[in-house]
Design a protein around this ligand. Sequence first.
Ligand code: DLL
Length: 431
Amino acid sequence: MYNNLRFIPEFSIDELESIQLKGLQWTLNHAYKGCMAYRDKLDQAGFSPGDFKTLSDIVKLPFTDVEDLRLGYPLPLLSVPQEDIVRIHASSGTTGKRKILAYTQNDINTWKNMMARCFELADLTPMDRVQIAVGYGLWTAGAGFQLGCEHFGAMALPLGPGNLDFQLQFLTDLKPTCICSTASMALLLSEQVVKMGLEDQIALKKIIFGAEPHTPKMRQTIEKTLNLEHSFDIPGMTEVYGPGTGLECLKHQGMHYWADIFILEIIDPLTLQPVPAGETGEMVITTLCKEGVPLIRYRTRDLCRILTESCPCGIKMPRHDRILGRSDDMIIFRGVNIYPGQIAEILEEFNDISSEYQINLNRQKGLDFMKISVERKVNASSDNDEKLAQRISARIRSKIMVRTEIVLADPGKLPRSMGKSRRVIDERNNT
Ligand code: DLL
């Protein structure tokens, strides 16, 4: 299925384990020597870097989390002298201070290779033209796709997000074959192409989208509307360089991730113990060659599971499933714990509505209320709105035990985003 790979290395399990062990020992020494906060953390856990002898020792290491990044603001967990830093990026977080991560030139090179591997997995060639429709600047998205695309050797069209007219003009005039964007932007672009009747004037074959969860329905809509050969889900986060910690392959059965660059563990967020192989839990990442800000058992809060079978595409790099959401996105509603993804999953069952939804929470007379707005599918009649709303509400009640008010909107009426969509608007503290 894949021949003559230029960027993706092939390792046997033994080779990979040896790379991971050496990388972990290097990371522990490097962080211990270069960063006071890490030294204190490891000392407190009674662990000195020389103690680390086998990969299974990883469970004895202390965790790092977002609080460690906040405490070290503005340059948290910096483990090299400042003159070695060539760039910073910051997370797209909307609350509190941004997490700032610092990169050495070697870190940038590692990231560049990770992203080039992604383009290779998406089966692009140097003949491909790649429209990069994500934010440039502090956010890692634009910079990551750009670095990887140039290194891979395809033609980058660095449009950034926004300006839909411009996006459409490029799609028809330069005829890119691939778009890189968030899932929301991919949906918006597909809707605009149809609205302007440009389906026959574009040459798109592939979309690489990520940065937020998507539902199967959302993906089908994008693929069908743009008549794509493939779409690929791309994971990534600022703390682990940026986009491109892995990618789906042509078989679309989960995402291969770069196990020679970081170790992925899945833990139970309550007991903090590893979950049995293949079960869902929180992703915890330890980097193996990151210099500026190495990560030791970093709790990402992302919920996911490792896929244990080998992949029919033939590539041996391990795989994880799609990211379901974040543990800190959990809503506590009248004492019930709910993830937005659970609601999205129920909405998926209804063919008469589109993939878009928004959850509004407010408080009236001391009681929590939840309103879920969904969109009627294009060409569906509004005559059935009331019955459909009742059916959706009943299904949610039976599956997650909460009462909700369902509001049906006309197609395209819910807010669209060119970046990450905000699915939950919680106004309970304002009411
Ligand atoms: O979102 C990096 C990125 C840019 C990835 C473009 C892919 C494409 P942050 O802003 O730091 O970085 O946000 C990272 O976004 O912890 C996940 O919760 C979520 N996320 C990223 N990719 C996916 C995905 C970028 N494919 C946070 N599916 C992560 C679901 C995703 N969630």
